[in-house]
Write a protein that binds this ligand. Structure first.
Ligand code: CAA
Length: 383
């Protein structure tokens, strides 16, 4: 029985800061951003957006392909938690009008949690093959102003329906996983911005790539060239180049084809890091932007979550992937976005809903409208 992704969509803020503008303000050579880290734009969440509204938008798009009344489990992966107790997924469950007979949980382990949740969900599907699981991953990447990590910020969400007989991708059984207690990136409860040792995090990312690959490769019997494409977690798009070369080299392949990863990086370059959603947005980038038919192609996935847990796994693209991965809608969404000034970027990222009057610059369908008596309030526009 095949299990995997039956439909998948992503969403990002309608606003972005062009990194040419940031380079000017920071007095940095733009090539460092465009070439050195491989980033051109950074999606910036407006005051009336948060992980709930981003996730609800990503999931809403799936409604045209999936009967929402059948969803019996909603898992929300994030490292931009909005509450210590209540799962962000409950707000999404409400905004989407899902059945009350639906479990809701929030998952955390930095950028890895979506993959951990995916694996747990797939095991459940093997026992309950009629189940339909909505997995959403949503984050706003925020680092201190003027820090080296600043140009890698971004925001976005991915939503996928997991089921048996999936139309987009069946996930292979074998995987390799690895946990190591390190302080490469973390965000204490009282802080809005992540702390990161950037160079150490990159090193650990690559070390764990080899360790997870070794276990995966031994379990599956597959080698480097058995995969047509590779999706790597993308904190910035150039990370894929580093990971691809490192993995190829450790497998004895000296000149790996750039075609393995070229299309997987395009969306990330255009919007920045979306933490838990990034790996799966790179899959969408591959599916949406590749002209030739991808049916039957095997993709290797590397998921890395600082702290740290990593996993290498793979999947095979199924024949219905074009209908259930929304290429046209994603292209339109990205084209319609608006560039904001550096001043607006600072204002949006610094917005404090506890102490500032809400400004609502977007007329997005799902909106965060503020906090009253410590309760978060959301609105669904009726158009
Ligand atoms: N033209 C072209 N290239 C240039 C350049 C120029 N003018 N100036 C510098 N470069 C190149 C450098 O040579 C370097 O290339 P290599 O990586 O090949 O050596 C690259 O640009 C970056 O330059 P620096 O190393 O000097 O950059 P930095 O120290 O200022 O910041 C960073 C880079 C450490 C990645 C920083 O952006 C950061 O801290 N990012 C956040 C942490 C992160 O993303 N870690 C990744 C692994 S952890 C993870 O994956 C989880 C997650 O999502 C966060």
């Amino acid at each position: 029985m095949k299990v995997g992704i039956d439909a998948i969509s992503f969403y990002t803020s309608p606003y972005y800061l062009d990194l040419k503008e940031l380079a000017k303000v920071r007095n940095v050579d733009y090539d460092k951003y465009a070439i050195g880290i491989g980033q051109e734009k950074m999606a910036v969440a407006a005051p009336n957006e948060d992980v709930v509204t981003l996730a609800a938008h990503a999931a809403e798009r799936l409604r045209t392909q999936v009967d929402f009344s059948q969803i019996d489990f909603l898992i929300f992966a994030t490292e931009t938690g909005i509450d210590q107790s209540k799962a962000a997924g409950i707000y999404v469950h409400h905004l989407l009008g899902l059945s009350s007979h639906c479990r809701v949980l929030e998952c955390k382990q930095a950028c890895y949690s979506t993959t951990g949740a995916l694996q747990l969900a797939l095991s459940r599907l093997k026992e309950f093959p009629d189940s339909k699981i909505l997995l959403v991953a949503s984050d706003i990447a925020r680092y201190p102003l003027e820090s080296p990590a600043e140009p890698t910020q971004g925001c976005g969400a991915v939503a996928m329906i997991l089921s048996t007989n999936p139309r987009v991708m069946s996930i292979d059984r074998e995987s390799g996983y690895f946990t190591q207690d390190v302080m490469d990136f973390w965000r204490p409860n009282h802080m809005r911005e992540a702390l990161v040792d950037g160079h150490q995090s990159t090193k650990i990312y690559l070390t764990l790539l080899e360790k997870t690959w070794d276990q995966y490769s031994e379990a599956s019997g597959r080698n480097f060239l058995d995969h047509d494409h590779y999706c790597f977690h993308l904190p910035f798009s150039r990370m894929a180049d580093k990971a691809h070369v490192r993995l190829a080299k450790s497998c004895g392949v000296l000149e790996p084809s750039g075609g393995h990863i070229e299309k997987t990086k395009v969306y990330a370059r255009d919007m920045g890091n979306a933490y838990t959603a990034s790996l799966y947005i790179s899959l969408l980038s591959l599916l949406n932007l590749t002209q030739k038919d991808l049916q039957g192609k095997r993709v290797g996935f590397y998921s890395y979550g600082s702290g740290s847990v990593a996993e290498f796994f793979s999947g095979v693209i199924e024949k219905g992937y074009r209908d259930a991965s929304f290429a046209q809608e994603h292209e339109t969404m990205l084209k319609k976005r608006e560039a904001i000034s550096y001043e607006t970027y600072e204002m949006y990222r610094g917005f404090d809903p506890y102490n500032e009057e809400m400004t609502a610059p977007t007329d997005s369908y799902f909106q965060f409208v503020g906090i009253e008596k410590e309760k978060r309030l959301y609105r669904k526009e009726h158009n």
